[in-house]
Design a protein around this ligand. Structure first.
Ligand SMILES: [Zn+2]
Length: 337
């Protein structure tokens, strides 16, 4: 194995290092105003743990906390990164356990608070843009080219009840390797995604890098059982990629795994109080009532019905559903794998 240079750091073979990624954003609008730990005029800082295996192999990028408030990936990434022994590894791993550091420390549940930027829809960003655009651009230039596989850990946002699942890219060149990896993990629902503007989907569609976006968690909560499930999946993925030796006993061979051709997302078309009629992880039939919207006097505003047969993946239970708010998602066209 050779030395490894990344983010201006050079690691020797068999070396693990904690570092801080710094994206220059000083002087922009909102600079330093929303992030208590960041001084005005400073960089956008996020923690990174780099592990350079003793032997050559592939590089796995693990990101978590892109949407602040989707917590279960962050402790899992930290725990695996701390426990890894580089001397046992053939390849490299990059752990970014808290991508949206400003959202995390200000308890801003989804986007980057500086500019309300959604890193899962805002790639490739711009080098001379807003804070979020520059963070995305930094990923495109400095981080993604280092990766042979990307695992992006999410966890159901505020008010969402969610079944653990993985999205995998449909783009040729990345699809097969992504799906194969997904089947090596302990996730029952695997959903094809046509997206191109998120981190992993941009990497797949534009750079041909396979990857997965895993959703495990719900409701703006940290669930230690789901942290442990994420920890196991990271280890299983490292083994699947040949970076770690086989990890016996971690994969649940009894789990039923289903691939969905796509997910149907329903957003609110009115301001209303949302009362879902179905829970997550339930089959629905075409025309079935998914939920109702009422006004603040209790009068009905709208009914939402399934457009086709499917299976509910996640559902919003936050009551307040202004126009444009996500209400429910169901997977369609499933087959067993
Ligand atoms: Zn998310």
């Amino acid at each position: 194995m050779t030395h490894w240079t990344i983010f201006g750091e050079t690691l020797a073979p068999g070396e693990k290092r904690q570092t801080v990624i710094r994206v220059p954003v000083g002087g922009l609008a909102n600079d330093g105003e929303v992030y208590p730990g960041r001084r005005r005029g400073g960089d956008y800082e996020k923690p990174a743990i780099l592990v350079n295996g003793l032997k050559p192999g592939r590089t796995l990028l693990v990101t978590a906390g892109m949407h602040a408030g989707e917590f279960n990936g962050t402790p899992a990434a930290i725990r695996v990164a701390r426990a890894l022994e580089p001397s046992e590894m053939s390849g490299r791993a990059i752990f970014l356990p808290c991508v949206n550091t400003s959202g995390f420390w200000t308890m801003f549940p989804r986007m980057l608070p500086e500019d309300n930027y959604n890193l899962n829809a805002g790639y490739p960003g711009r080098p001379d843009g807003t804070v979020g655009e520059r963070v995305a651009d930094f990923f495109v230039r400095e981080i993604l080219p280092q990766a042979d596989f990307i695992l992006d850990l999410h966890g159901g946002s505020r008010g969402e009840r969610m079944t653990p699942l993985a999205f995998f890219p449909t783009h040729p060149g990345a699809r097969e390797a992504s799906l194969k990896a997904a089947k090596a993990l302990n996730l029952g629902f695997l959903i094809e995604s046509q997206a191109t503007k998120g981190q992993y989907s941009y990497a797949a569609s534009k750079l041909g890098i396979p990857g997965l976006l895993v959703e495990r968690g719900e409701g703006y909560l940290c669930d230690i059982d789901l942290v442990e499930a994420n920890r196991r999946d990271i280890l299983l993925l490292l083994a699947h990629l040949g970076i770690l030796p086989e990890q016996p006993g971690l994969r649940d061979d009894t789990l039923r795994r289903r691939v969905f051709r796509e997910a149907v997302y329903v957003d609110s078309e009115w301001d209303g109080l949302w009362y879902p009629a179905v829970d997550k992880n339930r089959p629905v039939q075409k025309g079935q009532l998914l939920g109702t919207l009422e006004d603040l006097y209790g009068s009905p505003v709208a009914e939402v019905r399934a457009r086709c047969d499917g299976h509910v993946l996640y559902v919003y239970t936050g009551l307040a559903a202004p126009k444009g708010e996500f209400l429910i998602a169901y997977g369609v066209g499933d087959s067993e794998v």
